[in-house]
Design a protein around this ligand. Structure first.
Ligand SMILES: O=C(O)c1ccccc1N[C@@H]1O[C@H](COP(=O)(O)O)[C@@H](O)[C@H]1O
Length: 221
């Protein structure tokens, strides 16, 4: 299972979180967010990342955008050294397809903010235009990083035709409960493992991986 820790702003924390076992680091490229980082700041984090000793590769570097233009996204991907983009605004399937065509080496992840169970119907329109979906909780005043959880039970029938991440209010204390109900391809945590926006709590990240190991031991995958 992929484990994405989002809202990285500091090179030493990015490196430590990769070493703890994260498969993906997320960088908020949304200027109104308190976790916003510029392309140059992301580059500085990426330059400090270790290669995975098993694969010889870096962890995934995911830029989170909301309603950015194709030109803005392309520029940040190139400067920052990203290999994935997460589109967290009102991007249409057609826009996602354009991003995929323009950036063929970049994973395109569409985030859907789920207000009601009916909002899940939206997902199907994206299947053939993105590599991956991500489900986040809806908040009327914030785009993301809200700490609000989804109603996991209502997602039990969600079986998209592409891989998906579960996001929204996940933390070391509730991750086992979430994974007992759902089998996403990845999980995504931000505010649940931080001291303040953009300042990650390495002890909580370590606790998350400890919990995930317990989950494997008790057979909840
Ligand atoms: O974190 C932000 O500030 C943010 C801003 C704009 C769009 C998305 C943002 N974060 C995303 O929110 C989810 C989950 O956050 P949390 O675990 O509930 O705090 C995650 O996908 C982030 O990429």
């Amino acid at each position: 299972m992929r484990v994405k820790i989002c809202g990285i702003t500091k090179p030493d924390q990015g490196r430590a979180i990769a070493e703890l076992g994260a498969t993906s680091l997320g960088f908020i490229c949304v200027p109104v967010s308190p976790r916003y980082v510029s392309a140059d700041q992301i580059r500085q984090v990426v330059e400090q990342l270790p290669l995975n000793p098993q694969t010889g590769h870096l962890v995934d570097r995911i830029g989170v955008f909301a309603n950015a233009t194709l030109a803005e996204i392309s520029q940040v991907v190139a400067i920052a050294g990203l290999n994935a983009v997460q589109l967290h605004g009102a991007e249409t399937p057609e826009f996602c397809a354009q991003v995929r065509e323009t950036l063929p080496d970049t994973e395109v992840i569409k985030a859907l903010r789920i207000k009601t169970a009916a909002a899940l119907q939206e997902a199907a329109a994206y299947y053939s235009h993105v590599h991956t979906l991500l489900l986040d909780a809806y908040h009327p005043g914030m785009l993301g990083g809200t700490g609000v959880t989804l109603d996991w039970q209502s997602l039990q029938q969600f079986a998209p035709a592409c891989p998906w991440f579960l996001a929204g209010g996940l933390n070391p204390d509730n991750i086992i409960q979430a994974l007992a109900q759902l089998q996403p391809d990845g999980i995504d945590l931000s505010s649940g493992v931080e001291r303040s926006p953009g300042d990650k709590d390495l002890a909580q990240v370590a606790q998350l991986f400890h919990q995930l190991q317990q989950t494997q031991k008790i057979g909840v995958s």
